[in-house]
Design a protein around this ligand. Structure first.
Ligand code: FMN
Length: 371
């Protein structure tokens, strides 16, 4: 193994989960589960990443049991007998290859599908009926809708545990439902789920986490994915200072989240350079420092360009991991998620470990099939 990447191959434990290395496959929607049911091709796709040495696989977003939880008919469901049987096939296949995996549990809120004009046959739902600031879409959720959604996340998490998954990740990032509650631009509620402070707007997520914890019991690791940026506005910030970040994250950890998956488009960007300089801690670094929870960083690891630009055709070439390793060596965060590099190449982790084999770049055409 090249000396420089040793830290990536140290084991890591959280709760009942022990990982052989620090590399996580980032959740990536592939829209290859017709009618929401994953099949043998999906299972084989994830199995190849387990065989290629990925420490922890987080699945593509899989939707919870609400009438408008999806924005694409071909993303997997994490409810219903047929879809869950498909999910069972996925986790069995990954375990068979020695891998560890958790589903990413998702509700798309008021956000339109990325690759399709499809819409659910009931109105989309969000905290206040907004997809983005000033952009109305669908309906505001009632108290009963909120309670049912919280229960749907908890039910999906208990199904994940029952099927044998090793963890669950809640998708609280990128402007989807949970993030629409965090974001003042889309949460105008005046009840207990809204308010001027990020701590108040974190209540919905905290209640989901508490319900998930009650459903899965102690020890089973709960991950929540978070981002300052939104697909609706790359410059959006939920926390403008470390104090605000603590108000946002502390209730989530207190409610039972073990791991904060801190999504950035470029992992090397410092979160609060005005506090600790241009080489300062990134989002995952600050999240760990403020809460003491384990954190995952992500964003353009091993690639030259970032992922949102990749959808409009920007090609990325393979780049070295020195900047990443430097941050991990200083203990800034615990795990790192890798997205597109693992779409291009199921053997990416093994190539990094051995230092052998040519690393591939990434371009959007790679999404055409499940390699
Ligand atoms: C095709 C594609 C689909 C994605 N789908 C999801 C998703 O379902 N859930 C999620 O949290 N992030 C999703 N992302 C974001 C990735 O998890 C990751 O954060 C992003 O690609 C940055 O990592 P990378 O630069 O290593 O690709 C997706 C990214 C891509 C490229």
């Amino acid at each position: 193994m090249p000396l420089s990447s040793e830290i990536l191959f140290q084991p890591f434990s959280v709760g009942s989960l022990t990982l052989p290395n620090r590399i996580v496959m980032a959740p990536m929607t592939r829209s290859f589960a017709p009618q929401g049911v994953p099949g043998p091709a999906n299972a084989a796709y994830y199995r190849r990443r387990a065989e290629g040495g990925v420490g922890l696989i987080i699945s593509e977003g899989t939707v919870v049991d609400r009438p408008a939880s999806r924005n694409d008919p071909d993303v997997p469901s994490f409810h219903g007998e047929t879809a869950l049987a498909g999910c069972q096939g996925v986790i069995d296949s990954v375990h068979d290859a020695g891998g560890k995996m958790g589903p990413q549990l998702w509700h798309t809120g008021a956000v339109k599908g990325f690759q399709t004009e499809w819409t659910p046959d009931v109105p989309v739902e969000s905290p206040s009926g907004f997809d983005a600031p000033e952009v109305q879409r669908g309906v505001a959720m009632s108290d009963a809708d909120i309670a049912d959604t919280i229960a749907a996340f908890a039910k999906a998490a208990s199904e994940a545990k029952r099927l044998g998954f090793d963890t669950v990740e809640l998708h609280g990032a990128h402007g989807y439902l949970i993030d629409q509650f965090f974001w003042a631009g889309t949460n105008h509620r005046t009840d207990a789920y809204g308010g001027p402070g990020i701590g108040e707007r974190a209540r919905f997520a905290a209640e989901i986490i508490a319900a998930v914890r009650a459903a899965v019991g102690p020890g089973f690791p709960i991950v929540i994915r978070l981002s300052q940026w939104k697909q609706q506005d790359y410059s959006a910030r939920l926390a403008r200072t470390p104090e605000e970040m603590a108000q946002w994250l502390e209730p989530l950890v207190a409610a039972g989240a073990d791991v904060l998956h801190c999504s950035q488009r470029r992992f090397w960007e410092p979160e609060f350079p005005e506090v600790d300089g241009d080489e300062g801690l990134n989002f995952a670094g600050w999240a760990k420092k403020l809460t003491g929870a384990a954190t995952i960083s992500v964003g353009s690891v091993g690639l030259s360009g970032e992922f949102m630009s990749s959808f409009t055709g920007e090609k990325s070439t393979s780049v070295g991991l020195d900047a990443l390793v430097k941050r991990m060596d200083r203990g800034e965060f615990d795990l790192v998620a890798v997205g597109r590099a693992l779409i291009s190449d199921p053997q990416w982790v093994e190539k990094i470990r051995s230092g052998e084999g040519e690393l591939r770049g990434y371009e959007v055409t790679a999404l055409g099939e499940l390699v």
